[in-house]
Design a binder for this molecule. Structure first.
Ligand code: FAD
Length: 347
């Protein structure tokens, strides 16, 4: 649940990032009896899966023939539920300090303070924000008739949608929303698209059938009042004239900026904005700070969810020695460990 910030907590492990890898890290740490606080700037779990492609199928999660970004997130949340992690959403992990006892103190931009012997950075592509079109007054329509992502397709049912952009997201949503919208206009500044060829072909096929109104030009103005768009004015690439395109919903997909953000200031060694780690424990150059998922780098690193899952398991074993220095770690399989089964309520 989102919290108001300003509180102090102690835990075994602080995880930065509630993407798929941060969530699975909670599970792997939980198996070893370690408790976690998880911080994310987004308002919900799932990272890129929930934010960028919640309704698209992922086809390379082992044993899941097909699972959408949102389904995977929901299942990971159900999987960590027995370990009762504490989530701090809509908070930026901002400052990290080393304490005299060797532990870490992390402070968020909402003055939440968490202390722990270990920090795990699962920050993925960083704290990402959509690139906004430079259109005067667009803020007045944001959240009511201008949206930078599709969270629920249902929301756009029966709408007159105008999509702006020429990359994968713009093309995907032009195709995927097409069956449920009242009308679909796609505006791109040139007659070349950066998306997958198959989707470009699908979009052109829909245009041929009259189901996509493809316009080449630059959006210069949003028209409407009280936050409700009624049309978009576009300067045509061909005629250089202004054309008014009626619509009630605008989805600009101009890409995302992913910024490393405050992590860049924590004194951790960086390589092209990613954090080098060893491949035994996934520890950074700072002892007691680990990094997994898209944000870490090592020879052969693949930015895949399954790589992050593997990294989580090894990282958890590395963390255990900081969190329980007096205890010996016993490796156990979930199929045969009665204590793990009891923790998971599966005995
Ligand atoms: P992320 O999912 O990026 O999550 C990181 C989280 O950390 C974010 O929520 C961010 O808000 C948060 N964060 C970062 N810094 C801070 C901070 N300072 N404070 C607070 N919060 C912070 N992978 C596959 O395996 N198969 C696929 O089919 C596949 N398809 C993809 C399709 C698309 C369109 C995209 C964009 C990616 C795809 N990927 C796929 C890649 C996959 O999404 C990533 O590998 C995965 O999301 C990485 O997970 P993560 O948890 O490391 O990072």
């Amino acid at each position: 649940m989102p919290d108001a910030g300003g509180q102090s907590h102690k835990t075994d492990v602080i995880i930065i990032g509630a993407g798929p890898v941060g969530l699975f890290a909670v599970f792997e740490l939980g198996l070893l009896g370690l408790s976690c606080h998880v911080i994310d700037i987004l308002d919900r779990p799932g990272g890129q899966c929930a934010e960028l492609y919640p309704e698209k199928p992922i086809l390379d999660i082992p044993s899941r023939l097909k699972v959408t970004g949102q389904e995977l997130t929901d299942d990971l949340m159900a999987q960590v539920q027995p370990f009762s992690p504490t989530f701090h959403f809509q908070q930026m992990a901002e400052k990290v300090e080393k304490l005299d006892n060797g532990h870490w103190r992390l402070t968020t931009d909402m003055a939440t303070v968490v202390e722990a012997p270990v920090i795990v950075i699962a920050g993925g592509g960083g704290s990402f924000t959509p690139k906004k079109p430079k259109i005067e007054g667009i803020e007045a329509f944001e959240g009511t008739s201008v949206f930078y992502s599709v969270r629920k397709m249902e929301q756009f049912k029966g709408k007159h949608v105008l999509i702006a952009g020429g990359g994968d997201s713009a093309l995907d949503w032009t195709v995927n929303l097409n069956p449920i919208v009242a009308s679909m206009t796609l505006v791109h500044r040139r007659n070349e698209f950066r998306g997958m060829q198959a989707t470009v072909d699908q979009m052109y096929a829909l245009e041929k059938e009259g189901k996509v109104n493809l316009q080449i030009g630059d959006i210069v103005r949003l028209n409407g009042e009280n936050g409700q768009v009624s049309s978009v004015t576009m300067k045509s690439k061909d005629t250089k004239e202004e054309v008014e395109l009626p619509c009630d919903t605008v989805l600009p997909f101009y890409g995302l900026t992913m910024k490393l953000g405050p992590i860049a200031n924590w004194g951790i060694n960086l390589e092209n904005n990613r954090i080098p780690v060893d491949t035994e424990k996934f520890e950074t150059t700072e002892k007691g700070i680990f990094c997994i998922g898209d944000m870490c780098t090592y020879p052969g690193k693949l930015k895949l969810i399954l790589s992050g899952f593997h990294e989580s398991a090894l990282m958890a074993h590395g963390c255990f020695h900081y969190a329980r220095p007096d205890q010996k770690l016993r490796f156990e399989h979930t199929t045969s460990s009665s204590s793990i089964q009891a923790k998971l309520g599966a005995s």
